[in-house]
Design a protein around this ligand. Structure first.
Ligand SMILES: Cc1cc2nc3c(=O)[nH]c(=O)nc-3n(C[C@H](O)[C@H](O)[C@H](O)COP(=O)(O)OP(=O)(O)OC[C@H]3O[C@@H](n4cnc5c(N)ncnc54)[C@H](O)[C@@H]3O)c2cc1C
Length: 395
């Protein structure tokens, strides 16, 4: 049963009242605000001068060159195409590096759209997927600082995501799938596509070459942090982890070639079956430019929090807070109804227009009145997706 959820209350109050048993960790919000208005403001202030040199800086925070656009990109409050175009006048080196990263995001989406839940398993090389345990030693200042930021703000620069993934699996030899799940719970930009890709690539399951994390990176990217570490004189990561060669797995033909790219990419034009009475938003497309939303300015808009999925995933309250802020912002412009229950049932029981999402769970939607195309940066093709460079070249 879908239960209506009023959202005209402070966000933390909404979470306390409605989401008991559906989130993990301490109640709190990220400093990164959700919503189209916040996304637009961030984009309007975007200046990537110096990005190429500074994108991996960790501390001091003021020196970071990362743009913090990912939560907005993840939920298509900002499309990759929009962000790509927004940097057209930036210095050449910064623009190229930044656009390359946008392509990594697009690559993650293409890969996940093509192989689906297979991305939860080792892709091409055998990394650890079976040893249980927590791979983050919090007595080390570098790990503690980063995990604290993850837990209190729900966001990390790419560099420290790599530190955490490497420390968990490459150094401590715990299952990367568990580490991935732990990080996914906290990240307000958490997407299966990018998070699974990030873990697979860091631990070597994608490339055969695990990324080693050692004191060297901490001193370079977060100078001063080691001096305050209680283990500074007995640093467990003084040296890089031993280099290992991971066993190569059998070639997966789906990585080489997509027999049905049309199915992977979703419809290229609108599929109309019936007249919709609602626009249904999904987590993958919450922005004002959502194609279904834009096509029906007169229709009420619905968002259904998936209760069963939330109970299982135990996301942080920061993630839920980001969605609620986004919905509160949208409610200022549109007639919005929010429910807790089952989005697939809502779509079965009502006539809805929805935008295709390139994720395996989209298949659970049935009897949709209209399906709008997903806003790709580049249409998925049938060629190889086994590496980023192969994908960039593929036809
Ligand atoms: C272990 C691990 C887990 C990750 N999990 C996620 C995740 O759940 N969601 C997510 O969006 N990204 C994830 N990433 C990718 C990347 O770390 C973040 O997108 C980036 O740090 C976001 O910060 P930003 O917006 O300041 O990025 P910027 O450096 O400013 O880049 C601009 C945009 O490019 C894209 N981008 C940048 N780097 C990458 C990358 N390596 N892979 C894919 N896209 C990239 C993002 O959309 C980002 O917003 C992960 C990376 C690793 C190594």
């Amino acid at each position: 049963m879908n239960r209506p959820m009023p959202i005209d209350l402070p966000v933390l109050e909404i979470i306390e009242k409605n989401f008991g048993g559906l989130y993990s960790g301490e109640l709190g919000l990220s400093s990164i605000k959700g919503g189209q208005t916040a996304a637009d403001q961030t984009l309007a202030q975007l200046d990537i001068t110096g990005y190429a040199a500074l994108r991996s800086e960790v501390l001091p925070k003021a020196k970071r060159g990362a743009t913090v656009l990912s939560p907005y990109i993840r939920h298509n409050l900002l499309t990759l195409d929009q962000v790509y175009k927004a940097v057209k006048s930036a210095p050449y080196k910064d623009r190229e590096k930044f656009r390359d990263e946008l392509y990594w995001q697009e690559y993650a989406r293409h890969l996940y759209a093509r192989i689906g839940t297979r991305l939860f398993e080792n892709l091409r090389f055998e990394a650890n997927t079976n040893v249980q345990g927590d791979g983050w030693n919090r007595e080390m200042s570098c790990v503690d600082e980063v995990v604290s930021e993850l837990e209190t703000d729900g966001w990390l620069v790419n560099q420290t995501r790599m530190w955490l993934a490497s420390h968990w699996t490459v150094r401590n030899d715990f299952s990367w799938q568990l580490g991935q799940e732990r990080m996914y719970r906290e990240l307000i930009d958490g997407s299966r596509a990018a998070n699974l890709l990030g873990w697979q690539w860091t631990v070597g399951a994608g490339t055969g070459k695990p990324y080693g994390f050692a004191r060297w990176q901490v001193e370079k990217r977060a100078p001063g942090l080691c001096k305050q570490c209680p283990l500074s004189n007995a640093c467990p990561i003084q040296e890089f982890p031993e280099e290992v060669s991971l066993n190569r797995l059998e070639v997966d033909l789906l990585l080489e070639r997509d027999p049905d790219p049309e199915n992977t990419s979703g419809p290229k034009t609108v599929i109309k079956v019936d007249s919709p009475k609602y626009v249904l938003l999904t987590i993958d497309s919450m922005g004002d430019d959502d194609p279904a939303l834009k096509a029906h300015p007169e229709l009420p808009v619905v968002f259904v929090f998936n209760e069963e999925a939330l109970r299982k995933l135990q996301l942080s309250s920061r993630r839920i807070g980001f969605y609620l802020e986004t919905l509160q912002d949208l409610a200022q412009r549109r007639n919005l109804q929010v429910y807790l229950g089952d989005p697939y049932q809502f779509a079965r029981d009502n006539s809805v227009a929805v935008t295709f999402a390139p994720v395996p769970s989209f298949k659970k939607f049935q009897n949709l009145a209209e399906i709008y195309p997903f806003l790709w940066l580049q249409q998925p093709k049938s060629g190889s997706v086994k590496s980023f460079s192969a994908w960039r070249k593929s036809k």
